[in-house]
Design a protein. Structure first.
Length: 238
């Protein structure tokens, strides 16, 4: 059974589900019908169906038959996360991707943050101030601050993706900050973004986060050019 054939079958079924050719609640055709349609063996089809079920796109019900499930954000995250974690991505690529996520998270946090979120952000901001002289420890506190902003956005996908990004880059970001020897104006931007979130100024929060990330990206470029980043940053996925 060729693995590529299983992947092709899986991808065709997934594409049909995403395009709503099979809608939530629909029962998929029988194995015999699908095998004939896709011109694959029963073992190949079952392997593809098992993958769909494992990721949460389908379920087998009592009485027989495979049904398409209602697809929520958790299902798409289950699909997205393994692909991202197993892909070798450079620090600079991740920072550019992170920029879009962080800017939108700040914008939404200014609209959606609860009083509890605001207080948690205030506490994390104070912790960042306390650790400002210890850049390695600051990197961890910085992680918590940015993750809290994503959580305050009220958008589960923004929160989860932010967490994944930090899992992938935290070690290298610590190396980057140590190499810089400073926290590259992060406290200033943290404070300003926090104020905008607390005052419900969504556009201002997004703008300041964009400026914050743009500054870091420019310095990461220099860090990478100086050899601080390995060619494909394999350590990011360790």
């Amino acid at each position: 059974m060729a693995a590529s054939l299983v992947e092709q079958t899986y991808n065709r079924l997934l594409d049909m589900i995403i395009k709503k050719e099979y809608r939530p609640g629909d029962r998929l055709p029988s194995e015999m019908v699908l095998c004939e349609e896709f011109e694959v063996s029963r073992n190949t089809l079952r392997a593809a169906l098992n993958k769909l079920a494992a990721l949460g796109f389908t379920e087998t019900r009592k009485g027989g038959g495979t049904y398409v499930k209602v697809v929520d954000s958790d299902v798409y995250l289950n699909f997205f996360v393994p692909a991202l974690l197993t892909h070798n991505v450079s620090l600079l690529e991740m920072m550019r991707f992170r920029k879009g996520i962080e800017v939108e998270a700040a914008r939404q946090a200014a609209k959606e943050a609860t009083p509890e979120d605001i207080e948690q952000l205030r506490g994390l901001l104070n912790r960042c101030r306390e650790l400002n002289e210890d850049v390695a420890a600051f990197a961890s506190a910085d992680t918590e601050f940015h993750t809290c902003i994503a959580k305050a956005s009220g958008n589960k996908m923004l929160e989860k993706i932010t967490e994944i990004i930090w899992v992938m880059i935290l070690s290298e970001m610590k190396n980057f900050l140590v190499a810089q020897g400073e926290t590259i104006d992060s406290l200033f931007y943290h404070d300003m973004v926090f104020r905008c979130i607390a005052e419900r100024k969504s556009d201002e929060a997004a703008y300041l986060m964009e400026r914050h990330m743009a500054l870091i990206i420019e310095r990461v470029k220099k860090y990478v050019a100086a050899g601080g980043d390995c060619d494909r940053c394999e350590s990011l996925t360790d």
